[in-house]
Design a protein around this ligand. Structure first.
Ligand SMILES: [Zn+2]
Ligand SMILES: [Zn+2]
Length: 184
């Protein structure tokens, strides 16, 4: 079950990456596997052929490097930076092994570079991350539904829910608005 973060009070993970308490838990698997490497050299790991290191180590390595193009965190710097885009594309050549790991990784990548995407996409991953941390897998159709509700201005209501599925009932006035829009 998703628990509140002792630092920010939100569900654990939702403050990622700015809340230290959330970041600590979200980053834990990456930190742990990095610590197990015989040589902890970010440039070496980031440039290694796909398959040599786990995605956790690749992502942790990339994160410790600065982009020479924009000066930001590599693969999370300026939205139009070619160097960041290339590094981001390269990391996905090392896939996550499970759907849950893939979701965790996607949430991290999106939330570390929120300006790369539409706000509703970042909000959707922010909403589901606490549940991903407890092992949940959120199928694409469910992610789309959450995003639709975010676009409808329901973020705060969705954020108040403590379990999946994240869905709030359509307000009556909204329903009638939709109805009116459908009428010729
Ligand atoms: Zn927190
Ligand atoms: Zn860059």
């Amino acid at each position: 079950m998703a628990k509140p973060c002792a630092t920010c009070g939100d569900l654990l993970g939702r403050g990622y990456p700015s809340c230290q308490g959330c970041a600590e838990v979200v980053d834990r698997p990456l930190r742990a596997e990095w610590a197990d490497l015989p040589t902890q050299d970010p440039a070496l790991v980031a440039d290694a052929p796909p398959g040599e290191y786990r995605w956790t180590c690749v992502d942790w390595a990339v994160r410790q490097l600065r982009c020479q193009g924009c000066g930001g965190e590599l693969a999370a710097g300026a939205p139009q930076c070619v160097g960041c885009a290339a590094a981001d594309a390269a990391r996905w050549e090392v896939p996550a092994l499970t759907s849950n790991e893939h979701a965790l990784r996607t949430a991290m990548v999106v939330l570390r570079a929120p300006s790369w995407r539409r706000e509703s996409v970042a909000s959707t991953w922010r909403l589901v991350l606490p549940f991903v941390l407890t092992g949940a897998v959120v199928p694409p159709v469910e992610l789309r539904e959450i995003r639709t509700q975010v676009l409808a201005g329901r973020y705060d209501e969705l954020a108040a829910l403590e379990a999946l599925p994240l869905t709030v009932p359509l307000l009556p006035w909204r329903r009638s608005t939709v109805q009116r829009e459908l009428d010729p």
